[in-house]
Design a protein around this ligand. Structure first.
Ligand code: DAH
Length: 333
C-alpha cells in the first residue's frame, strides 16, 4: 500500500476520493481488516496492532488534508498575505491652535490652574446678565451675538468663555483657580482679520485676599513662559462690565524687541489680553460673598497668541484645513 504520510490532495474532492480508496467499507484498509480473519493465531496480536495503527494513521492523514485545504480556502477568501509589509499610514500634525492651547494649559497648570469647560450654546444669564452687562449693553446687540431663540428667554452662541466663570462660581466654593478654553462666536464678516468664530482661554482665581498684584505677577509669568524670558508687560486701564478695575495687557513686541516695527505699528507693544479684578456684582450674582472673597480674571484669544508666535497673517487659515499650512507646524510640537 502507498505510504500514507506521502498522500497529497489539492481539492476537497481529491480528499474524499482518498477517503473512499482507503477507509470506506470497500477501501484498502477495510480489505486488510477483512483479511485479518485468515491471519494465523500466533500472528494475530502483532498484525492487529499494526492494522489499528494503519487505520488511525490514514484517518488522521485524511483529516489533516481536509483541514489544510479549509485553511487555504479561508486565506484565499480574505486575501491575506501575511508576508506583505504593511502600508505606512500618513500621519497628521497637531493644529497650531492646539499646540498653543496646550502650551497655555501647561503654563497655567504649573501655577495650579485646572481646566473648566462649559457649553457653546448658552443663555443670556451666563453670557451677559450674571457678568454685570446692563440690559441695553451693545454687546448683546444682534450685530455681535448669534441668537438661537429669543423667547421665552434668550438662547445664544456664547460670545466669550467668561460664561464658564459663572457656571463654575455657581457650583463651586472658593478657592477657585481655573482656566476655561473654548470656541466662541460673534456675528462678524469673515476676513483675514476677523472670523465668526474663534477660541479663547479665560482665567479665574477667587480666594481670600487676592490682589491686583497677584494678577500682574501671574500674567508676567505667563508672558515670559510663552514669549521668552525677556518679555516685558504693561497694563493699560480699560473697561469690561465684569471686572473693576479692568485693564488690557500688552507685551513688548518680540519681533523687534520693543524698538518698533511694522508688526507693532512702531509702538514696540502688542496687545494680548483683557483682565481685571472680578466685579463684586459678579461674585454676588454667583452666590459668593464679595466681602470675604476677591478674585481676578483674564481672557485671551488663542488665535491672537498663535499669530504673535507664528505670524499667521490670515485668520481663515486656521479653519480651512489646508494640509500644506498644517504641515508647517510639524516641528513645533
Ligand atoms: N470676555 C472678554 C472678551 O471676550 C475678555 C476678557 C476680558 C475676559 C477681561 C476677562 C477679563 O475675564 O477679565 O473680550
Amino acid at each position: 500500500m502507498a505510504d500514507i504520510q506521502a498522500l497529497t490532495a489539492s481539492t476537497a474532492e481529491e480528499v474524499e476520493q482518498l477517503r473512499i480508496k482507503y477507509l470506506s467499507k470497500k477501501g484498502e484498509v477495510s480489505a486488510l481488516m477483512n483479511d485479518f480473519r485468515s491471519v494465523p493465531a500466533e500472528m494475530k496480536r502483532e498484525m492487529g496492532q499494526k492494522l489499528n495503527e494503519l487505520k488511525s494513521a490514514a484517518t488522521a492523514k485524511i483529516a489533516a488534508l481536509r483541514e489544510s485545504l479549509a485553511d487555504g480556502a479561508e486565506a484565499a477568501k480574505a486575501d491575506i498575505d501575511l508576508t506583505r509589509t504593511s502600508t505606512q499610514m500618513p500621519l497628521g500634525t497637531r493644529h497650531p491652535l492646539s499646540i498653543v492651547k496646550n502650551e497655555i494649559f501647561q503654563i497655567f497648570g504649573a501655577m495650579g490652574f485646572t481646566i473648566a469647560e462649559g457649553p457653546e450654546i448658552e443663555d443670556d444669564w451666563h453670557v451677559f446678565s450674571s457678568l454685570n452687562f446692563p440690559p441695553d449693553h451693545p454687546a448683546r446687540d444682534m450685530q455681535d451675538t448669534f441668537f438661537i431663540s429669543r423667547s421665552p428667554q434668550d438662547i445664544l452662541l456664547r460670545t466669550h468663555t467668561s460664561s464658564v466663570q459663572t457656571r463654575t462660581m455657581e457650583t463651586q466654593r472658593p478657592p477657585i483657580r481655573i482656566i476655561c478654553p473654548g470656541r466662541v462666536y460673534r456675528n462678524e464678516a469673515i476676513s483675514a482679520r476677523a472670523h465668526c468664530f474663534f477660541h479663547q482661554v479665560e482665567g479665574l482665581y477667587i480666594d481670600r485676599n487676592v490682589s491686583f498684584a497677584d494678577l500682574k505677577q501671574c500674567l508676567l509669568y505667563f508672558a515670559r513662559e510663552m514669549f521668552g524670558p525677556d518679555t516685558k508687560i504693561r497694563l493699560r486701564p480699560s473697561y469690561f462690565p465684569f471686572t473693576e478695575p479692568s485693564a488690557e495687557m500688552d507685551i513688548s513686541c518680540h519681533i523687534c524687541g520693543g524698538k518698533g516695527c511694522p508688526f507693532c505699528k512702531g509702538t514696540g507693544w502688542v496687545e494680548i489680553l483683557g483682565c481685571g479684578m472680578v466685579d463684586p456684582n459678579v461674585l454676588e450674582a454667583c452666590g459668593i460673598d464679595s466681602k470675604e472673597f476677591t478674585g481676578y480674571a483674564f481672557g485671551m484669544g488663542v488665535e491672537r497668541i498663535t499669530n504673535l508666535k507664528y505670524r499667521v497673517k490670515d485668520l481663515r487659515m486656521f479653519s480651512e484645513n489646508d494640509v500644506r499650512f498644517l504641515h508647517e507646524f510639524d516641528a513645533a510640537h
